[in-house]
Design a protein around this ligand. Structure first.
Ligand SMILES: Nc1ncnc2c1ncn2[C@@H]1O[C@H](COP(=O)(O)OP(=O)(O)OP(=O)(O)O)[C@@H](O)[C@H]1O
Length: 290
């Protein structure tokens, strides 16, 4: 059965900020320029360069603990780089004051691992939350916008349910509707497919791509589900060993000669990525003679 995008012929994707000024369409929406970042004195990423044009879907893949979520935190400025620049729509995020940061974050939607819905709020109220927080729109307009977003993810009929009353796949779609409630320019997805069954996973992935295209979004997805992610991404960047070790189209990564990329994309246990974290010699830890 062909995937049917719920907007078809029904509700047009209304823009909340029709007069928003953005830089030229061809300029990258996000850019990391020679960025190094860490936690405390531990450097996680070193000299990372990354660009994403408007309208594109970027997948960040790579070994666990490699720094993918850290890239999302840089983009949302939950973290500042030790050196280098993180640009959003041409604007360096580091020097922004609170008001500037607030304005930039309003242009970003975020979907956290497992959706993170407010458990005491209905589906409707979850999606309305950012609209109530960030705008003074009248209630009637909030209602229309929420229903439009819920319609886009196929859940207009589930508006009165609590998160505990919907399936995992539906909850993820509610989280997606909430992430796009404010008509963001950029949507950041941290493991949007974690814990979903294969059908819900496929639906969620297709929805991310369709919403990206229909609403003119730009998306960054951190995911371990390579198959689905490669299906919907325009660009894939692999993060490992503190660097972006490969960047290209899904096909380019699939056919890469880089041993690290081959190990990861081919799901091989052995290769440049070691199974064991660096540790003292076994003999020393277990008190035995070598
Ligand atoms: N708040 C923090 N304080 C200290 N270290 C952190 C913090 N958050 C992450 N780290 C460390 O930074 C490194 C990168 O973490 P990050 O979450 O970005 O990796 P990841 O690639 O998203 O991993 P995964 O795929 O397992 O989610 C890890 O070694 C992690 O232990």
């Amino acid at each position: 059965m062909a995937w049917c995008f719920p907007y078809h012929g029904a509700l047009p994707p209304a823009r909340l900020w029709p007069d928003r000024v953005t830089s030229s369409a061809s300029a990258p929406l996000i850019e990391l320029r020679n960025v190094s970042v860490g936690y405390g004195d531990r450097v996680i990423l070193n000299g990372v360069n990354l660009k994403l044009e408007r309208g594109k879907v970027l997948a960040l893949i790579g070994t666990s603990g490699g720094g993918k979520t850290t890239v999302l935190r840089l983009l949302g400025r939950q973290l500042r780089p030790l050196s280098g620049q993180v640009l959003f729509d041409g604007q360096d995020l580091a020097p922004l004051d609170l008001a500037g940061l607030y304005a930039v974050r309003r242009r970003m939607g975020m979907l956290f691992q497992f959706g993170a819905l407010f458990t005491d709020l209905t589906v409707f109220e979850n999606v309305a939350f950012p609209l109530r927080e960030h705008t003074d729109l009248p209630e009637a307009m909030i209602r229309d916008l929420v229903l439009m977003k819920l319609n886009a993810v196929g859940l207009r009929g589930a508006r009165d349910l609590l998160p505990s009353e919907v399936s995992g796949g539906m909850a993820r779609r509610v989280a997606l509707a909430r992430a796009i409630a404010l008509d963001p320019d950029l949507v950041l997805y941290d493991e949007p497919f974690a814990g979903l069954d294969p059908i819900s996973l496929g639906v969620a992935a297709r929805l991310i791509r369709d919403l990206n295209d229909a609403l003119g979004l730009t998306s960054v997805i951190v995911s371990h589900d390579l198959h689905e992610t490669f299906e919907i991404a325009d660009v894939v960047a692999m993060v490992a060993n503190g660097r972006v070790v490969a960047q290209g189209t899904p096909d380019e990564l699939r056919h890469s000669d880089d041993p690290l990329v081959r190990q990861f994309v081919g799901a091989q246990a052995d290769g440049p990525v070691r199974f064991h974290q660096p540790a003292k010699p076994v003999a020393e830890d277990f008190g035995v003679q070598p």
